[in-house]
Ligand binder design. Structure first.
Ligand code: KIV
Ligand code: ZN
Length: 439
């Protein structure tokens, strides 16, 4: 059908990204308090931002986009609170977003007065769609906005030498921009900032709208990395959204294609379908033995803070974090898990069927892993009774008890608690009148 334009892939010769692995953590940047916040039905209050910021620091982020202070008084006040109350650890950069307009850049610097370290993130949209229909400007006009913005950012920084500044530029809607033109604009910004390998700038490439399969995005990134000016002096950052449901995959392949830094949010809040989920990508790395340099050992705290600040529930099947993602109901899965768990020793790599990671690593317990309902079999019943009551039933007894538990669940229509299983066991096997009394 002709309503939608097909995606035009970038022409790339001898791509290398398909042979790469992710072997080390990227530089992570959280955009929860800016991109995440701007997409909420009810944006966060200052108090909620404070709580969220503390969580982000505790998880281990060293770069945290805290708001858009020139666009929101609340964000301005929050940045002032961070600076004046000395709330930012010495090794953390607060990052703020601004459009490439002189009056907004000036206000942005006002908000940051006295900050120890800050990333000033300036952006303008470069896509064909926005050039033609929103700004009604040609390519030169759009490049000019970027260059004047970059110059203005530099001039203000020079007037405030007490802060350690890092400059970041985003060609917003990069995925809708001809890649050669995006490079031309970024090169022009780099010419203004004159970064060096010792004092790099950040070029952030947003999939503002995800418009292609992740391999196509990776091609764009590899092409960009090969052709952008002064690659050694530039940190290439990715900022993917999830419109096609592939935000994490795009970030992963983009990293393989040469990117150094990833922006995203905890659990994927953000405009429309969300930003890429940092929890998922970090835990993907963790599950392959790569240290993500973020700590999700207390996933329940992460969920609780994110839910209370965003008012958005976490889906029970959300990767790694969902309430049901380490739970097996089916008999064959339960049986396999039980057998594998019995074989685990600390000196061997984790190797348990159906469990990609050890749930204890994110603060979950084995009790939650095996839950018994009408789909479950003897393995699950035996596991639950052993975990909860230390009752190690012999195999023949497991075989006898399991259909009784199953019938109870069918009648009751849900998950059976260990206490009910124990009661059924006692009623059927331990009383003198029990149908299967054990003598
Ligand atoms: O999605 C986007 O393009 C953004 C930019 C402002 C980086 O959030
Ligand atoms: Zn975004």
């Amino acid at each position: 059908h002709t309503k939608y334009r097909p995606f035009e892939p970038v022409a790339i010769a001898n791509r290398t990204w398909p042979d790469q692995e992710i072997t080390k953590a990227p530089i992570w940047a959280s955009v929860d308090l800016r991109d995440g916040n701007q997409a909420l039905v009810e944006p966060m209050t200052v108090e909620q931002k404070k709580e969220f910021f503390k969580l982000l620091v505790d998880v281990g982020f060293k770069e945290i986009e805290v708001g858009f202070p020139a666009a929101s008084q609340l964000d301005f006040d929050f940045v002032r609170w961070l600076v004046e109350e000395d709330q930012v650890p010495d090794d953390v950069y607060i990052q703020v977003l601004t459009q490439a307009r002189p009056e907004l850049i000036e206000r942005t610097y006002e908000s940051l007065k006295g900050a120890k370290k800050a990333v000033v993130h300036v952006y303008n949209s470069t896509s064909k769609t926005q050039r033609e229909q929103v700004f009604r400007l040609g390519k030169d006009g759009i490049k000019d906005i970027a260059v004047r913005g970059a110059q203005c950012v530099k001039d203000h920084a020079e007037k405030n030498p007490e802060t350690e500044w890092v400059f970041q530029y985003s060609p917003e809607s990069f995925t809708g921009t001809e890649t050669d033109f995006a490079i031309e604009v970024c090169d022009a910004v780099i010419d203004v900032w004159q970064p060096t390998p010792e004092k790099k700038c950040i070029i952030n490439l947003p999939a503002t709208v995800e418009v292609a399969t992740p391999n196509r995005f990776a091609d764009q990134i590899e092409y960009f990395c090969r052709n952008v000016k002064n690659r050694d002096s530039v940190i290439i950052s990715l900022h993917t959204h999830n419109d096609r449901g592939c935000g994490v995959a795009a970030a992963e392949l983009g990293m393989m294609a040469g990117a150094d830094r990833i922006e995203g949010t905890l659990l994927g809040n953000g405009e429309r379908t969300g930003n890429m989920c940092v929890v998922t990508m970090a835990m993907n790395m963790y599950s392959q033995g790569v240290d993500p340099e973020l700590n999700f050992g207390d996933m329940d705290r992460v969920i609780s803070v994110v839910q209370s600040c965003t008012q958005l529930p976490v889906h029970p099947r959300h990767a790694y974090a969902g309430e049901l993602v380490f739970t097996a109901f089916s008999g064959s899965h339960q049986d396999a898990i039980k057998k594998c768990l019995a074989n685990q020793t600390e000196d061997k790599p984790w190797d348990v069927a159906y469990l990609p990671i050890d749930p204890r690593d994110i603060g979950r317990s084995y009790q939650e892993v095996i839950r018994v309902n009408s789909q479950s079999g003897k393995g699950g019943v035996a596991f639950a009774l052993e975990q909860e009551y230390g009752l190690a039933l012999p195999r023949w007894l497991q075989v006898e008890l399991s259909p009784i538990v199953q019938r109870f669940s069918e009648e009751d229509g849900g998950v059976i608690q260990a206490a009910d299983m124990k009661r059924l066991f006692e009623e059927h096997f331990m009383t003198s009148s029990a149908p299967y009394a054990l003598g």
